[in-house]
Design a protein around this ligand. Sequence first.
Ligand code: V07
Length: 263
Amino acid sequence: MFNKLLKRNTDLVLESGDRSVLISNEAVPAHIAIIMDGNGRWAKKRSLPRVAGHHEGMKTVRKVTKLANELGVSVLTLYAFSTENWKRPKIEVDFLMRLPEEFLTTFLPELIEENVRVEMMGYHHNLPLHTLRAIKKAKEATKDNTGLVLNFALNYGSRAEIVDAVKDIAAQVAAGTLDVCDINEDLISGGLMTKDLPEPDLLIRTSGEVRLSNFMLWQLAYTEFWFTETLWPDFNEDSLLEAIEIYQKRNRRYGGLKGDEVK
Ligand code: V07
């Protein structure tokens, strides 16, 4: 019977057992966004350098990607590097900028095998060529995949993104190709880096920080938030299942209401 329920979202039989099965039988969030925080603290607790925490955090990215894909999540957006992160010590920034290559060298074959599509949102300027090349290769190799969209936010900042969208609209008005009366929410949404993605249904932030830190400010207007004390390197399959279960419980509470009333 469980296998039958599972068919609704995936035709894989999940090893994580009943919990995943029950989750799959309800609305799984189509888009999950995660602020992956606590890598430095994880390392400090073990008297390791901060970069050891970042490196360990990559393993969590892999675990969470695999499970999200199996559960039938459509988009997983991961905040890997913000426009503010350039203020960190150069040695740490240089290390971080090697992680996309290392991640993709190790896991690209697996992502291809699992039908995952790699995407990136963020500013290309300032990013080293070696980082951009690795990402370009992964995007090309997975562009026809139809499973989970694994969207890395890299050199991303939400206010800058909104400013750019507004500038573009202002330029159209100045050129006389757009009437001020025709400026609406859809026009702004269409000018953001997420224009081809659904808005996140669930935002997760790890490590006990309860802030948005300039992440998807416009897109998170109606998103459910879940914060956990767990540090990102300690976050695992059970943590993701817990977040989704809580999301589903909240959704169930709104069961009798129409979408508009929830908003
Ligand atoms: C980074 C590991 C995860 C915890 C958060 C900070 C450190 C994966 C990537 C990545 C990015 C783009 C891409 C493929 C992989 C990554 C950075 C940091 C900068 F196409 N993890 N990870 N990028 N961390």
